[in-house]
Design a protein around this ligand. Structure first.
Ligand code: KG4
Ligand code: ZN
Length: 336
């Protein structure tokens, strides 16, 4: 079979990204224009600003991705785009650009679920990895344990009942004055702290052993901060960050290992922005080793939002001729 080159576009949140991926596994280019410096001023992503910035950046980012791959649109076999979940205005910029290019260049259009894309980031660095496998998906909006049964096919085993893991990182970072983006800032602060300094709860749902809950943990951190402030006691930010991070890591690792054992899975595939967290990666790796489970994870740069992962996911839709018409719309609450 000829090589298949897919131009992929991602604009679901605050990164404008485009990539060219060969045969679903090889990155020919991967361009990311991050809006972090813009949203930092506001303490979080401002959806209206994100859409405007995507509009400014999308064409240059796509042009750069083609040029970095030393290809033109003629060499592209399909155009892929994230169509959800995400911010509607942000998604629409990528979807509109992809539709316009697919129409003008007469190429098939492939719509990709962003969460599926996160899992597929692993295919870019682990050539031997093929489904079925168990995955732990931890992003800013989602936290799932799922089985990827086949390419594009998932069965969810557990999910968060309230906040996503990344959302908890972002909210706690704001509360302790670290600002946006919360995850990397908590990780950095936690390196100077003692993870056993404060005993924060590890939320559990008795009747649903693979489900997560982080709202109790978030409230416990807020209560701790309030009590300290009322008593006019000094707050050790590093200890709070480290103790909070440890509670999240413990919850994630315990459920993922339990699911792997219960379902007889010998592989765990980690995915999503929170997968960039070194404490999570380290703790999960050591528990996997103790239980004879093989852990796969993308390198940190491919854990957070990018278009390369969308191009990988899209390849397997391409093989099934799973193409979308130009009627494609953004689906902000798309599920896995
Ligand atoms: O997957 P992602 O880039 O976007 C979504 O699809 O949501 O994930 C973003 C989330 C944010 O909540 C961010 O704080 C978190 O991932 N994150 C991290 C780290 N890097 C990003 N959380 C913990 N530690 C990190 N190093
Ligand atoms: Zn994401």
């Amino acid at each position: 079979m000829n090589d298949i080159n897919i131009l992929a576009i991602e604009s679901s949140c605050d990164e404008t990204a485009a990539a060219v991926i060969k045969n679903g596994r090889q990155i020919l280019s991967n361009v990311i224009n991050s809006q972090v410096p813009i949203h930092t001023r506001y303490g979080g992503v401002v959806p209206e600003l994100a859409s405007r910035k995507h509009i400014q950046n999308i064409n240059p980012v796509i042009r750069q991705a083609l040029s970095d791959a030393s290809l033109t649109l003629d060499d592209i076999d399909a155009v892929a785009v994230t169509y959800g979940p995400g911010l509607v205005g942000a998604l629409l910029v990528g979807v509109s650009a992809a539709k316009a290019i697919a129409y003008a260049a007469k190429k098939p259009l492939i719509a990709v679920n962003h969460i599926e894309g996160h899992v597929c980031a692993n295919f870019l660095e682990h050539p031997e990895l093929e489904p079925p496998f168990l995955c732990l998906i931890v992003s800013g909006g989602h936290t799932h344990i799922a089985v990827m049964k086949d390419y594009g096919q998932f069965e969810i085993i557990g999910s968060t009942r309230d906040d996503a893991a990344g959302e908890a990182f972002d909210k706690v970072a704001r509360a302790i004055g670290l600002g946006y983006p919360g995850g990397p800032k908590i990780e950095l602060a936690a390196r100077e702290g003692d993870s056993s300094a404060i005993s924060f709860p590890r939320g559990k749902i008795d009747e649903a052993p693979y489900d997560f809950t982080f709202s109790g943990l978030k409230s416990a951190v807020l209560n701790f901060l309030n009590q300290k402030q009322m008593a006019k006691e000094e707050i050790n930010t590093a200890d709070v960050a480290a103790s909070f991070q440890q509670a999240v890591v413990d919850s994630l690792v315990e459920r993922a290992i339990k699911a792997a054992k219960d379902f007889g899975e010998k592989r765990i595939v980690l995915a999503g922005g929170v997968a960039a967290n070194g404490a999570l990666r380290g703790a999960l790796l050591s528990e996997c080793e103790n239980n004879n489970i093989r852990l796969f994870s993308p390198s940190p740069a491919l854990c957070t939002d990018n278009a390369a992962m969308i191009g990988s996911a899209a390849y397997y839709h391409y093989l099934k001729k799973d193409f979308f018409s130009l009627e494609l719309n953004a689906v902000p609450n798309l599920s896995l």
